[in-house]
Design a protein around this ligand. Structure first.
Ligand SMILES: [Zn+2]
Length: 594
């Protein structure tokens, strides 16, 4: 029993039971609370929905007369949290610049009088030295909790310059513990948070990000718009009554999709930052209360969303980073029941993102964003277990060799016996086509399909010795998969800025050169042989990108899978009311992303 437990006469578990009505803590909550009670600086990484806020709300109940200061990035989020804390019997208030001076004064007086247990503030409060001094003079501060701490990191995906002010907390309040919280973050971000906040020997608490109830499926989006619309509507009709979020690339697409779904009998509404606050709140409320099933949204939707039974999250476009992807899919299945996360992407999503980033960002920031984009592309186009790739990205232990919870484990169960030879042939085609190498050209070249080669260079390409090399022994599908695999293995990379473009990496060149010298796989040096033994290419896929048996069970289906599927009689296209894109209007810096 800690000093605080003795003083308050209650254990942390008893407080959990009385105020939250839970019988046990979730992973890392108790450890974090212990750090707070012991004034030991800490950084806790909990996946979205892992119960972060409880960690900093509970301890203050054991410290009568004291106040915990919680730094939170968004006013809307703060208000939600204040309501939630109040519902647990905690005296919580938010102090923000949107409030009239009079209200702020009242809040401050309550704080001075010791009537505030949790004081939520935005980071820019700390630009005011008067504010800092009154906190110092009060002598009431128990600890600081910095929520959404990834906003501190330039490597984070939501960097906010005003969060950097928090670096001075340790100077202003050297005796007081600082506790940072974030959803799962890559190691580089976690390290940067600790450094930026000047945490003293912080205890870093990380939970596994692997959530076995989430099925992760990734698939190329049909290139024809109507085909994709039909696919997604079919998918949703198979999930009628289930709650889900559809993430779109732009505000315009949100409007379009919401109209399309409504026209096809799906209870859906839209959400994006271009709507008035009133409409946004109304639509969010409709989703939270279960009045509608599907929220069609930009990335603006999600922070602070607390609906446990979200059964699916779908992306109509690739997000701009793995961090965004994880945060968005993390909103599915918080009740622990099976939930599906399907990402529909096209290679051109990445070139679109790249040109948008180019417009908005410069120098190092641009390079970082580009790198994140590239990692997202590798994730999407690779054929490795999705859960494993995520774990690796965030420096977590790999969950398992076959997770049974992603399309890659589901679709690519068996390797081709001649994987190594196939790898060599594809690499060699990329090498010989050089700057002309694209997925389509490389595959068409190996299959001897002259009609699909770029016209201007068709004659030149047809004269290559590898033209038609695999005409009789392979198929387009197999070779397309082989290309994806070689990308995942790091022997090829997509050429950013060229749709479908392929470039050979240094590793790819080493492997190819070894082949050229040895002629056969057996003649290769042992070291190269060992490296190649890891190459497993897949000739065919089994089933599709859905959860096992999902096609038959009515959990959803698609045009790629066989079997019965609840198709719409006819796709109903809404005829009116879709706003035209606003042309020539200067975009606000982040207009496209929320
Ligand atoms: Zn897997």
């Amino acid at each position: 029993m800690s000093d605080f437990e003795r003083a308050s006469g209650q254990t942390t578990l008893e407080i959990l039971q009385t105020h939250w009505n839970y019988n046990r803590f979730r992973p890392l909550q108790q450890e974090t609370i212990a750090c707070i009670l012991n004034q030991q600086d800490s950084l806790t990484l909990l996946p979205t929905g892992g119960g972060k806020s409880l960690c900093y709300q509970l301890p203050i109940l054991m410290m009568p007369g004291k106040t915990a200061v919680v730094v939170s990035p968004l006013i809307a989020l703060m208000e939600d949290q204040v309501q939630q804390a109040k519902s647990k019997g905690i005296k919580a208030v938010a102090l923000n610049s949107a409030q009239p001076l009079e209200i702020r004064r009242e809040i401050f007086e309550a704080f001075q009088a010791g009537e505030v247990q949790l004081l939520y503030v935005s980071p820019e409060r700390f630009t005011s030295m008067a504010f800092v001094q009154s906190l110092q003079n009060s002598g009431r501060i128990a600890y600081f909790a910095v929520d959404e701490a990834h906003c501190l990191s330039q490597w984070g995906h939501q960097f906010r310059p005003d969060y950097q002010l928090l670096g001075q907390l340790k100077t202003w309040f050297p005796e007081i513990g600082i506790h940072a919280f974030t959803a799962t973050a890559p190691k580089v971000v976690a390290d940067e948070i600790g450094t930026m906040l000047n945490l003293v020997n912080p205890t870093v608490l990380k939970s596994s990000l692997y959530r076995a109830n989430l099925y992760l499926g990734v698939v190329q989006r049909p290139s024809k718009k109507t085909e994709f619309q039909e696919l997604l509507v079919t998918e949703l009709l198979g999930r009628k009554g289930q709650a889900g979020i559809i993430y779109c690339f732009s505000r315009l697409q949100v409007e379009e999709w919401a109209k399309l779904l409504q026209a096809n009998g799906i209870k859906a509404k839209g959400y994006h930052a271009g709507m008035t606050t009133g409409i946004r709140q109304k639509n969010q409320q409709a989703f939270m209360s279960g009045a509608i099933d599907v929220m069609v949204a930009t990335v603006a939707f999600g922070m602070g969303i607390d609906r446990g039974d979200i059964r699916f999250v779908m992306h109509t476009h690739a997000p701009r980073s793995i961090e965004h992807y994880l945060q968005e899919v993390g909103r599915a299945g918080r009740d622990g029941n099976p939930s599906d996360c399907l990402l529909y992407y096209a290679t051109r999503d990445f070139t679109t993102w790249e040109s948008m980033l180019k417009k908005d960002e410069r120098g190092e920031t641009f390079q970082r964003s580009l790198e994140k984009l590239w990692q997202m592309q590798l994730f999407s186009e690779g054929a490795d277990c999705r859960h494993n790739v995520l774990a690796q990205h965030f420096g977590m232990p790999l969950p398992t060799s076959n997770c049974h919870g992603c399309d890659a484990c589901h679709r690519y169960p068996q390797a081709e016996p001649n994987s190594v030879l196939l790898a060599q042939q594809v690499l060699s085609a990329v090498w010989r086509t050089g700057a002309l190498a694209t997925r389509s050209t490389v595959v068409s070249l190996l299959l001897g399909d002259a009609a699909l080669l770029p016209q201007a260079q068709a004659a030149q390409l047809q004269s290559l010795p590898i033209f038609g090399l695999l005409k009789d022994s392979s198929s387009r599908k197999t070779l397309q998969l082989a290309v994806e695999q070689l990308i995942a293995l790091g022997l090829l990379v997509p050429t950013l800025g060229v749709e479908g473009g392929l470039t050979m990496t240094g590793d790819g060149q080493v492997v190819l050169r070894a082949f050229q010298q040895a002629k056969t796989a057996e003649g290769l040096p042992l070291q190269v042989q060992q490296q190649l033994a890891t190459i497993k290419l897949y000739a065919s896929t089994v089933g599709d990108y859905h959860r096992d048996g999902a096609g038959e069970g009515g959990m959803g289906s698609n045009t790629h899978g066989a079997g019965e599927k609840p198709r719409p009689e006819r796709l109903i296209l809404p005829t009116m009311g879709i706003p035209k894109p606003v042309k020539k209007k200067k975009r606000r810096t982040y207009a496209y992303q929320d």
